[in-house]
Design a protein around this ligand. Structure first.
Ligand code: SAH
Length: 555
């Protein structure tokens, strides 16, 4: 019996020598023969000493694999090469299939070693930033060996399940429709703004990187050497990088060195409410969409375009058969899943009203449902988080029972006292007007306006970013309180006895100046301390005590 040879199936990575593994180079250098597609053999020929190189055309994979087996059986060491990883749409499977056809087993046949390489999904991802990071899949759009209907089904399933998708073989000279069809399917489940990265010839001479969106990707050059990376519903662009967050921000504060959860607390059940419960085998449905839904304070849910499902078509057909008058109802076993977002908002019964009606409480319970949460906040609001595809339906129901709605985040909030009696109520319309004009305004940082109906200021307006106190039919205004921390202090009294008709424009001017000039995340007191002037008022250090006119309640 002749000496048995060996087959290396070598993935040489994206194409440059720096990204080929040491084992791959060893394999190529030990080989008597290198077999591969012409362009690839040329890419690596400076690395090899082989006496014979068999380079064949693109479509002759089967003959390449057969030749490799023949040569190895005749005693040669042969490397069959693939770009990227030989096990990803490469030669590894085919070599095994040809061997199996001949009754090969590891014990009796030639030695086979598959040498792994960096596949296009990884090399292209590295050039785009970090788009893979979470559950991802590869789909080849080549239908030369795979029925198109199966490919389309996989694209749809991956789109529906919110996978990051790397499309291999997206387009060639003759196959141009596949990528158009794939885009159409993806748009049924993903937002047109979904980030998409196109990488052509990664780590090769003519490398090109393009950042685009699902809606616009076809306006760019896509070819045989392009990998198309489609983001999931939480992928974003930042500084020309495509990033898919992993979910760390759920447990970690990424801008702080000190973490709110200590290491031993991180795996506790209550800190992972989205995890599979080990006792019940159930997981909460409100986290079922994307890993970062809670992070994104989305007011817009991604709604798939309406599509006739097989169920709807079957229902329509049954209705036709039974006669147009009797509508047939079929209970779906498997309902097509829509992608939900967590809709967050704050509600309160009104600016000056602290009473909830039973009807309001019932509506809250109804819209929040089993899957949502309600949390009472120090701002006298109830913060709602509701998984939904239709936020408008929720806001409509809440408004219909008289709730005041406010967005969450860095916005202007107005918190008023309940104007306990009598003349204090005269100031309510001013509070309502400020709310109507400025409530919910997006700002560099949260800004709370405290509005109190008498000099007692028992709702602690002077400790809000802007404090407004109604006293003797006029207003006192305080700005720049430091509401939190050990060095918390009251605001600086900037105006006493402001005429009511001047109040709204006065407050508006302060807010506008802050909005236009403050740094992102700079709270009003920090801004005042930094610039030393708001309108024509000069900053005073309020850590020292400041005497103001005593003002008994009701005075
Ligand atoms: N075995 C290879 C894939 C071969 S299929 C691997 O693991 O990467 C061929 C497809 O791979 C191409 O159509 C393209 O989509 C992708 N591809 C391979 N090399 C690439 C590169 N250098 N840059 C971008 N895409 C590449």
């Amino acid at each position: 019996m002749t000496q048995k040879g060996k087959i290396f199936v070598v993935g040489f990575g994206p194409g440059d020598f720096k990204h080929i593994t040491t084992r791959a180079v060893e394999a190529l250098q030990q080989s008597d023969m290198i077999i591969g597609y012409k362009t690839y053999v040329e890419l690596i020929q400076d690395l090899v000493n082989a006496k014979s190189i068999v380079s064949t055309g693109m479509t002759e994979e089967v003959s390449r694999a057969q030749e490799a087996v023949r040569q190895a059986e005749a005693g040669s060491i042969v490397s069959v090469i693939s770009s990227g990883d030989a096990g990803v749409y490469g030669m590894a499977g085919l070599v095994y299939e040809v061997l199996i056809e001949q009754g090969w087993t590891e014990a009796t046949g030639v030695a086979v070693e598959v040498v792994p390489g960096i596949s296009a999904i990884n090399s292209c991802a590295s050039l785009l930033g970090a788009p893979i990071m979470h559950d991802a899949c590869t789909i080849s759009l080549s239908d030369h060996l795979t029925p198109w209907n199966l490919i389309a089904k996989r694209v749809e399933a991956a789109a529906m399940a919110d996978f990051v998708i790397a499309l291999y073989n997206p387009k060639s000279g003759r196959r141009t429709r596949q990528i158009v069809e794939a885009q159409r399917i993806l748009l049924e489940y993903r937002s047109p703004d979904t980030p998409v990265g196109l990488v052509k010839s990664a780590y090769r001479e003519r490398q090109e990187i393009t950042m685009t969106t699902l809606a616009e990707m076809l306006e760019h050059d896509i070819g045989m050497l392009t990998t198309v990376v489609i983001g999931n519903s939480s992928t974003f662009f930042y500084d020309n990088k495509m990033i898919t967050p992993r979910g760390y921000q759920r447990k970690y504060t990424l801008g702080e060195e000190k973490q709110p959860l200590r290491p031993h607390q991180r795996l506790r059940e209550e800190n992972e409410p989205w995890a599979l419960n080990q006792q019940t085998g159930q997981a909460r449905d409100d986290f079922a969409t994307d890993p970062n839904a809670n992070r994104i304070q989305s007011t817009v849910a991604i709604k798939p375009k309406p599509k006739k499902t097989a169920l709807e078509m079957a229902t329509a057909a049954l209705t036709m058969i039974k006669g147009a008058t009797t509508e047939v109802k079929v209970t779906p076993k498997l309902v097509q899943q829509k992608i939900e977002s967590i809709f967050e908002l704050a509600v309160s019964p009104g600016v000056a009203n602290k009473f909830f009606t039973p009807q309001q409480m019932m509506t809250l319970a109804e819209v929040v449902g089993e899957a949502g949460t309600m949390e009472y906040t120090p701002e006298h609001q109830i913060h709602l988080k509701i998984p939904t595809t239709e936020p408008e339906v929720i806001t409509e129901k809440l408004r219909a029972v008289g709730f005041l709605l406010a967005p969450i985040g860095d916005v202007l909030n107005l918190k008023a006292c309940d104007f306990c009696y009598g003349e204090k109520a005269d100031s309510i319309p001013y509070a309502e007007e400020i709310q109507a004009k400025l409530g919910g305004l997006a700002l560099p940082k949260t800004l709370n306006i405290g509005f109190n109906g008498c000099g007692m200021a028992c709702y602690r307006a002077v400790f809000d970013d802007i404090g407004i106190v109604y006293r003797k039919q006029k207003f006192d205004v305080f700005i720049g309180a430091k509401p939190v921390g050990r060095t918390a202090h009251a605001g600086q009294p900037v105006v006493e006895g402001l005429e009511p008709e001047q109040l709204i424009s006065f407050i508006t001017n302060i807010v506008e100046e802050y909005k236009a000039n403050a740094h992102p995340n700079e709270r009003l007191f920090k801004y005042f301390k930094r610039v030393k002037k708001i309108l024509h008022f000069t900053y005073q250090d309020m850590s020292s005590k400041i005497e103001i006119e005593p003002a008994p309640c009701g005075d």
